[in-house]
Design a protein around this ligand. Structure first.
Ligand code: KIV
Ligand code: NA
Length: 265
């Protein structure tokens, strides 16, 4: 098996081959997501939502993200494993940012880290990249800033925010980021950003012209019944499948249909 590297992704943009990324937070899921052929697996801090049940991504800790990353890495043969650095572990100063990134690489076993923001975290990005750690950027709707935004609505609809986003994307390229996530921005803007930088853009709710796409695994397999943003395509209805299976199991046990003779010693 040929392992995907940051260089592979760069080449895919050059060759106009779309890049695919999905999240995973545990060993068993990571094995399936890797076997399905995704190029990159994101150990997203969306684990705070889908694994831990928090309202926002803010509460998850670096230790918890390292644990999720360790579990994922053990299940992956091919994909590039990118791990989110959580809120508060890279914004304050570049030394702290480097320490966090080093722990994620060394203890977590990640192949790259992802951090949210542009010019505000320039020093942190520079420091991490200079240490030889691949950095994926993340612009647009950056969920760690939710209390500043106030809503999870589409970002950069206004000219000022769109111009800042284009500037930030160019800065991230200059700083040596190997790719960048564009979350929930107008498709036209994502297209413009994608055409104006040489590193790949990976979109979520950012239209078809990004160099790749990412979705949260639990959303794309339909495990989250109540999360229905316009950008989401559901490939399965696992919520219904799984609750149905559980209900059937409950019924079988109650009616002494399980286990049967063949299932007994
Ligand atoms: O944490 C996450 O799942 C993410 C993706 C939505 C890009 O950052
Ligand atoms: Na994230």
């Amino acid at each position: 098996i040929k392992k995907i590297t940051t260089e592979t992704l760069r080449k895919m943009k050059f060759d106009k081959e779309k890049i695919t990324m999905l999240t995973a937070y545990d060993f068993t899921t990571a094995k399936m997501v890797d076997a399905g052929g995704t190029d990159a697996i994101l150990v997203g801090d969306s684990a705070a939502n889908v694994m831990a049940g928090f309202e926002t991504t803010l509460p998850i800790t670096l230790d918890q993200m390292i644990y999720h990353t360790q579990c994922v890495v053990r299940g992956v043969n091919r994909a590039l494993v990118v791990a989110d650095l959580p809120f508060g572990t890279y914004q304050s100063n570049s030394e702290k940012a480097l320490d966090s990134a080093v722990r994620m690489m060394k203890e977590g076993g990640a192949h790259a880290v992802k951090i949210e923001g542009g010019a505000e975290i320039e020093d942190s990005i520079r420091k991490i990249v200079n240490a030889g750690i691949p950095v994926m950027g993340h612009l647009g709707l950056t969920p760690q800033s939710i209390y500043q935004f106030g809503t999870y609505k589409v970002r950069a609809k206004e000219d000022a925010e769109a111009e800042k986003l284009i500037k930030d994307a160019k800065l991230l390229e200059e700083l040596g980021c190997f790719a960048l996530v564009l979350e929930k921005i107008p498709a036209d803007l994502a297209k413009k950003v994608t055409e104006s930088i040489s590193i790949p853009t990976i979109g979520i709710g950012a239209g078809a012209d990004c160099d790749g796409q990412v979705l949260v695994y639990h959303d794309m397999v339909g495990m989250n019944k109540d999360f229905t943003p316009k950008f989401l395509r559901r490939y399965l209805d696992l919520y219904t499948e799984i609750t149905g299976a559980v209900a059937q199991y409950v019924k079988d046990v109650k009616e002494v249909n399980f286990p049967n003779d063949k299932e007994s010693y």
